[in-house]
Ligand binder design. Structure first.
Ligand SMILES: C[S@@+](CC[C@H](N)C(=O)[O-])C[C@H]1O[C@@H](n2cnc3c(N)ncnc32)[C@H](O)[C@@H]1O
Length: 288
């Protein structure tokens, strides 16, 4: 998958990096609410025109941002816990237009490395040129699908570190299984203590691909293992926490009334190791 890949059937084309504008727009919408559960004052600027455009083109049922709000809050909370446990470096793979280094309460000395495709990084650097991060922020231009480049990058940034937290928020679903396995092998290196990602079930992937096929034509979703978090356990990771998006969104009061009702019914929730046909998504916190 390259930055240059674009294409859809209805005119306007989107790249894989435009998906960063899409999720930034959901953060902007949340930030504008009087009862916002987080404030990301840069999100509106970063979402640009592309973010709202993608949401407007999505079917009505796919426009609600609750999965992104739940994911953002879950990962914010994990970062705070990891820092409390001595995390000395955060590596945000496919950081997109995330602004945590500017909005979270972080130690000034914390090293934070963002990695993404060159065009996205150039644009982000331009849009945030006058902003000051709260920690030691570096931005790296890289194609994370390039195994050799990724390994060299990780060698460099993890050298001498002991408690690195790696984020791959909103990335894995765009990769195939083999690439996720290869990334997992790379992350099992000295220094990396935690890996946080988001996970979707096959049914959610299929729902996105059938309802947003023109928008996602150049950014198809692949990785959504039926065995959910067991996929990582088989690769040697310990699952520390699984934060179901729907449960977090229920706690945050971001679900529609119908979903709120469904979540309150005494029905069994999907088994995160046997997803079957369930519509399910979660933030998964792995550790070694
Ligand atoms: C849905 S966005 C998520 C961005 C960010 N993590 C967030 O949650 O706001 C997906 C991101 O993955 C990046 N990406 C996709 N494939 C990539 C690759 N091969 N190398 C580096 N970045 C990639 C895109 O440029 C985009 O910023």
């Amino acid at each position: 998958m390259t930055e240059a890949q674009t294409g859809n059937q209805t005119g306007k084309t989107y790249t894989i990096s435009d998906t960063a504008n899409w999720v930034a727009f959901h953060r902007a919408v949340e930030s504008a609410r009087p009862d916002a559960v987080f404030r990301d004052p840069l999100a509106e600027r970063l979402a640009g025109v592309t973010g709202p455009e993608i949401v407007a083109r999505a079917p009505k049922a796919m426009r609600n941002g609750w999965p992104i709000i739940a994911r953002t809050v879950s990962i914010d909370e994990i970062i705070a816990t990891a820092i409390g446990e001595g995390c000395d470096c955060v590596i945000n793979l496919a950081a997109g237009l995330d602004t945590r280094p500017y909005r979270l309460d972080l130690p000034k000395t914390l090293t934070w490395i963002e990695a993404d495709l060159p065009g996205l990084v150039d644009e982000k650097n331009r849009l945030l040129a006058n902003e000051t991060p709260r920690c030691q922020l570096q931005r790296v231009k890289i194609d994370l699908a390039d195994n050799a480049a990724r390994a060299a990058f990780l060698d460099g940034v993890t050298a001498g570190r002991q408690r690195v937290l790696v984020l791959s928020e909103g990335l894995l679903m765009y990769l195939d299984d083999a690439l996720v396995r290869s990334l997992s092998d790379d992350l099992k290196r000295a220094g990396v203590k935690w890996w946080v990602s988001d996970q979707i079930s096959p049914a959610v992937r299929d729902m996105f691909m059938s309802n947003m096929q023109d928008i996602l034509a150049s950014a198809p979703m692949h990785f959504a293992p039926e065995n959910g978090v067991a996929f990582y356990e088989a690769l040697g990771w310990r699952v520390r926490e699984v934060l179901s998006s729907a449960e977090v969104a229920l706690r945050l009061k971001r679900l529609s009334w119908l979903m709120t009702l469904l979540m309150r019914l005494p029905l069994p929730q999907p088994d995160p190791r046997r997803l079957g046909t369930a519509r399910w998504g979660a933030v998964v916190w792995l550790e070694r």
